[in-house]
Design a protein around this ligand. Sequence first.
Ligand code: NDP
Length: 251
Amino acid sequence: MCGMKLTYTNKVALVSGAGRGIGRAIALELAAAGCKILCTSKNPSSCGKVAEEIRSSGGEAEAYPFDVSNPAECKDACVKMLKDNESVDIIVNNAGITRDKLLMMMSDDDWESVISTNLSSCFYITRNLCRAMMFKRWGRIINLSSVSGLAGNVGQANYAAAKAGIIGFTKSLSRELAPRNITVNAIAPGYISTDMTAVLPESIKKAVLDAVPLKRQGEPQEIASLCAFLASDQASYITGQVLSVNGGMYM
Ligand code: NDP
């Protein structure tokens, strides 16, 4: 980046799923860059610990535990966040789950829970926060999609549908919100080392790694670096994009 320093002037960033993995790395990165972080996760101790970690290293953070798949909980949490803070300038919709199964074995609950946690959550959170963002005429919305949303994946019809939905959501919103100087982008990670992928069977891990030209898993920090760039003042002319961070994996 030619020595360019990324800037974030008095920004407040909500990171969903900030308790672990990619969300935690994003929260720590944005906090180190000077943003105040609103850490959210389902489990209070999960986001609470990360908020504490940020505060103890001199940053600003608060924890807001809530279930992103529940529209009423999203609304209450967003109202509280807007009451406690002057604005929420950056939204990182990162919380997600998998319930991998072949279609014939997939239950209604496997489908509903993955769609609501990964996709509907982006709608619930963004809708509740974007009026204030529009009023301020500055904003960054970054949604976590996946290589599965771009290419599909055996055993992930629910997850791939949610992650592909996030791409449509991102592109539509980027057009709607552009006149208010709000950018909306998606990041599509490949195979990243987190709790989500740690549980995969060894045979699947090997098959996925074989498909990665860089021959290793990505680290959460490698997603956080791109997210921090997209959230910065310097990324002001990037919107409606899906950026892959996948070690060269075919999409
Ligand atoms: P992790 O499983 O490590 O962490 C998921 C986070 O989401 C946790 O903090 C969890 O909360 C939170 N979360 C899950 N369900 C809910 C819910 N209902 N309400 C509130 N918070 C919830 O996931 P990753 O870090 O691996 O993944 C982060 C994002 O990146 C996801 O959207 C995932 O789909 C996407 N991604 C990941 C890839 C990978 O290889 N890891 C590849 C492509 C995309 P809690 O801590 O309380 O449990």
